[in-house]
Design a protein around this ligand. Structure first.
Ligand code: DGY
Length: 323
């Protein structure tokens, strides 16, 4: 069997596949073009790809022999799952192993934006620090504030748990009631408008789906308190970025911590660059050694399981395994 891996990932993943199958790994430190993807999937039985690779109908058509598309990510909005399912191709992902890392980046951004960490770093490097100053770069605390979690899945739950270290009150918006979190952290389920109105920190943890695209639009953003912050470590498209830039520019909200952009994989949103009340990160949610190694192992195991006729632990379209 032949496998194509679209980018170098931690060797623990590649080593699991090596030796079992013929593998080709793109060695270039860049995303492949659509044409390159098409050329490389031809004749392959398995594809291990990144969230930056768009696996659409054309790629799946070229990969006629594919049995599995193993995504090196928990989100799978880069893959046309419906088309893959029609073609009996299993799509797998890597939930769980990046939960802690992504929850931690959420707090990293919250703390960085409220405590002026980036501005402070710049201030010191510019050699402007002349000693302790009673009024220098005063920020706000997380302590005792209300955290609004949009999407109480694995990552949302971990964020809610960590928030207890800051004595935060948790409210959440989710389609389902999460009784475990109601018991664990006394989280209260509310509708999205109430969440936007009451939260001091809104944090987004929904997957990108038709139903969640731009779910946080101008109307929702304008419900937020003037001293509230928003953090997006989910997907850029979940927020209407133009509307977010506008509320930030007009200081209708206090600030934002942003890790993801609608324009990915073609960079961030330059409209954020001049805003002083925003901290930007380059999609670092899962960027820890532990998470990325876990993702590599899981993506490899998912791929091998499908190729060897076993049900993988994490499959997005289990219906393809039915017959
Ligand atoms: C994912 O796995 O979907 C994350 O966005 C990667 O950081």
């Amino acid at each position: 069997m032949e496998v194509f891996i679209t980018r170098e990932i931690p060797s623990v993943g590649i080593d699991r596949i090596k030796g079992r199958y013929d593998i080709e790994v793109n060695q270039e430190p860049r995303n492949l073009t659509k044409q390159e993807l098409i050329e490389n999937v031809k004749g392959k039985d398995g594809l291990l790809c990144l969230l930056t690779d768009t696996i659409d109908e054309d790629v799946l058509e070229a990969g006629k022999d594919l049995k599995v598309v193993s995504n090196y990510a928990v989100g799978f909005d880069n893959i046309d799952v419906e088309e893959a399912t029609k073609r009996d191709i299993a799509v797998t992902n890597t939930p769980g192993v990046l939960t802690e890392a992504t929850a931690e980046i959420t707090f990293t951004l919250m703390l960085a934006v409220t405590r002026n960490v980036v501005k402070g770093d710049r201030f010191v490097r510019e050699d402007r620090f002349e000693g302790w100053d009673p009024m220098l770069l005063l920020g706000h605390e997380l302590h005792g504030k209300t955290l609004g979690v949009v999407g109480m899945g694995n990552i949302g739950k971990k964020v809610a748990e960590i928030s207890q270290g800051f004595d935060m009150d948790v409210i959440y918006y989710d389609q389902e009631r999460k009784e475990d979190m109601e018991d664990k952290v006394d989280a209260k389920k509310v509708d999205i408008d109430t969440l936007m109105k009451k939260s001091d920190f809104v944090t987004l943890h929904v997957p990108l789906l038709d139903a969640t695209e731009k779910m946080i639009g101008k109307r929702e953003l304008e419900l937020m308190k003037e001293d509230a912050y928003i953090v997006n470590a989910a997907r850029g498209e979940v927020v209407d970025e133009d509307a977010l830039v506008e509320v930030l520019e007009k200081e209708k909200i206090a600030g934002a911590g942003i890790d993801v952009y609608a324009n990915e994989p073609h960079g961030a949103n330059p409209d954020y660059y001049d805003l002083e009340n925003v901290v930007l990160a380059p999609h670092l949610g899962s960027a820890t050694h532990r998470a990325r190694e876990g993702m590599a192992k899981m993506a490899a195991t998912n791929l091998i399981d499908v190729l060897e006729g076993r049900e993988p632990e994490h499959i997005v379209n289990p219906e393809v395994l039915d017959d």
